[in-house]
Structures are given as C-alpha cells and as structure tokens.
Design a protein around this ligand. Structure first.
Ligand SMILES: [Zn+2]
Length: 260
C-alpha cells in the first residue's frame, strides 16, 4: 500500500500540512549530508549530481502544487460569478400573487422575467420584470402579472408552474420549474405543488367519471404531464374497469357516477 498513489498523496499532504519546520528540517539534513559528501570526496561528481536531481524534484513539486492552487483559484473565481437562486411565490392579504427570489451566491443578479405555464397551456408565457437581487439578499414582492389566471376557464383549481430568468455577471440563468396550485374558491389560496383534483379521462372510451390523478411529490408540470401519460396508458389498457396505481382512491361520488 506504501507505493500506491493514495499513500503517496497522503504522505505529501501530511508533509506539507505539518508545517514549514518539518520541510526545513529535511532540507537542512540533506544539505548537511551533501556538504559532508563533498568534503569527504572532493573529486567526485556524485554529490553535485544528487544535489541537481534533488533540486529538480523540489522545483517540479513546487510547480505542480502552484498549478493546482491556480486551478483552484480560477474555479473559485468562476463560481463566484455564477447565479445561485432559490425562489417561490406568496399570496398577500389582498389575494394577489408575487414572486420572491433569494440570492444564495456571491454576486448580484437581475430577475428579468417570470415564466409561467399552466396545466392547460404548456407553452410558457413570460412576464417581464426588472428587479436586482443583491448577493446574500432576499427580494420579496417581485411583481407578478397574475391576470393569467383570469383568462383561464373557471375551475376551482389552477395548476401552474413558474421559472425565473436571472441575468448574472457571466451567465443568464433559467431556474428549474416549480409547481403551484391556486385555489380560487371560496377565497384565493396558494399551495406549493399540485393539490385539488387533477382530472383525467380514459383515452379509449372518453369517460372521466371524476377520476383524478395522484399528484403528491410532483415538482413541476413536466413531471405531472409524464405521470398523466402513464396513467392514461393504464386506463386504456384496463378499460372499461379503469385501474391504475396512479389513480386517486375511489370515493362514493366516483362509484355513483361509474354505475350510472
Ligand atoms: Zn375507458
């Protein structure tokens, strides 16, 4: 194991981390040994050759470690300019929605747009905004054009997801999509993830029978649409009994409609 790269790396790092005194002691020892060798054999070229080789090794080790440090420094600098953001939505007392963004990085960025998709409309719609989020700060109340919900058919629940467009120093960052549900009646309520009924119909017989998809743990609409496709395949395959593990447990209402 002594000869393995791991062992050598550990030895080198322990040598470097044990401080300058250790290295100094070793180098003084080598120098003394070389001087003694020269005094003992003045005509020999061996001490000079050994000294040259040792010097070469020391320089080589130094160059290697400096290169590693420079690489680390560069990576650190590049990382400092990247955008790291967490975000979400909140509902105020008046029932209007606004986005919030927390800057978890070390340089400021501008939130330049809030992209919105809904269950019914998969193409995203961008609400342009212009809000600077300084490093280490949270910006709440990023204006959010929630008229998008008024144009939808009047369901009790609106399933949608949002993604923020953040312009940083060196990159324009598009966040992941995050799903939310707005319940419209009796009063507006906001929940993270998808709640309420996500209705599905059998693609074979077109019956929907108040069938709902399980929506727990879905982070965004992409994953919900994927699960819906999977569920519809199950329904088609099991038609007319309509069975799937992705279906919400049946209730009295479903039984009633299913029988009629
Ligand atoms: Zn069917």
């Amino acid at each position: 194991m002594i000869g393995s790269p791991c062992a050598w790396g550990a030895t080198l790092s322990s040598l470097l981390s044990s401080g300058k005194s250790h290295l100094l002691g070793v180098s003084v020892g080598i120098a003394v040994a070389l001087i003694a060798l020269v005094l003992r054999y003045p005509a020999s070229t061996v001490p000079m050759t050994v000294a040259t080789i040792l010097l070469f090794c020391a320089v080589f080790a130094y160059v290697l470690s400096s290169q590693e440090n420079i690489k680390l420094l560069r990576e650190q600098l590049a990382r400092q300019e990247l955008v790291f953001v967490d975000f979400g939505l909140k509902l105020d007392e008046t029932g209007s929605l606004s986005a919030w963004a927390a800057n978890l990085g070390t340089s400021s960025f501008v939130v330049s747009g809030v992209d919105v998709r809904t269950q019914e409309r998969s193409t995203s719609q961008r609400c342009p905004v212009n809000v600077v989020v300084p490093a280490g700060k949270l910006k709440s109340k990023i204006p959010f054009d929630d008229r998008i919900f008024d144009t939808l058919r009047s369901d009790a629940f609106v399933h949608f997801d949002i993604s923020l467009r953040c312009d940083g120093l060196v990159e324009n960052h598009q966040t992941r999509w995050k799903g939310f549900t707005v319940e419209r009646r009796p009063r507006r309520q906001l929940e993270e993830g998808f709640t309420g009924l996500w209705g599905v119909a059998c693609p074979k017989c077109s019956r929907f029978d108040f069938m709902g998809m399980r929506t727990e743990g879905l982070p965004n609409l992409d994953s919900a649409w994927r699960r819906q496709t999977q569920l519809e395949n199950d329904l088609r395959a099991s038609c007319p009994s309509h069975r799937s593990a992705l279906l919400l447990p049946s209730n009295g209402k479903k039984q009633l409609v299913g029988v009629s």
